[in-house]
Design a protein around this ligand. Sequence first.
Ligand SMILES: C[S@@+](CC[C@H](N)C(=O)[O-])C[C@H]1O[C@@H](n2cnc3c(N)ncnc32)[C@H](O)[C@@H]1O
Length: 282
Amino acid sequence: MNSADTWNRGAKAYQRHIKGSAPLGPVYQHFATDVAAHLQATCTEPYRVLDVASATGEPAFTLADTLAGVHVTVTDIAETMVELAEKEGCDRNIRNASFQVANGEDLSAWSDGTFDAVMCASAIFMMDAARALGEWKRVLKPGGYVAFSTWQLGEKHQLSGLVGATMARITPGTRPPLPTQDLTKPEPVEALLQAAGFEDIHYRDMNVPMHLSPSEVEDLTENPMFSIWIEKNAPAGPEREAFSACALKTLRAVAHERSYLKDDGCLTCPVQGLLYFTALKP
Ligand SMILES: C[S@@+](CC[C@H](N)C(=O)[O-])C[C@H]1O[C@@H](n2cnc3c(N)ncnc32)[C@H](O)[C@@H]1O
């Protein structure tokens, strides 16, 4: 369902999505500012940071731009994402980053105690979270810092609510494919962090309104939030094109009913709630 192949196919659209109107820029900046502050206060240069599930390079690149003494390792399970990230890093002349395909649940390419910090934006809910947290802790040095974000749901995450309502209208009873598990409330995530042996656990709410241009709205059908469901319901070829067109038309209709869609075709979801968690390896 949430296979590397799906993300490989969606990689170019994802890169356009995060570069276009930069809807997630404040999330990446939040990671970078927070992780940089921790590193500067408690570690010595060069700081080594692993970014799990970076897609086309974030929040790794924002951190690399923020802090000269850091070296970030950009990873993702989807090789096309990592290739695009590497090209982007080269185009932007980011010298303090390296790139590697890796599953966030299996970091066997790295020894115990390699990193000062591990971060992961909006992807832990696609993994076996207990396994992933165990691996992140293993590769952290003692005192190392973990920082990751999850989505809230329902009224608190209007874009996923919109996508879910669109799916329900076309294929009643369908559950949105993402997030794949319920890490949307603080308590279960805190329990997972405790079980993995982290301490000094904190979380905070983040709200990052989502504004998409008309072409970014069209790109949503290539985003795995939507494309996993489209691919499941329509085989490749003309049938898939027709299904995608119907999905997009329905999404616009639901967005219009919810007053998210403007006359110029732009989509604005004012409430996109995330939870940002941090903890320390003892
Ligand atoms: C919603 S994107 C988030 C990407 C990026 N961190 C950001 O905030 O823009 C999710 C990413 O998680 C990756 N992913 C999914 N499962 C993974 C896993 N088990 N290990 C590593 N990456 C994974 C996907 O390939 C995709 O690039």
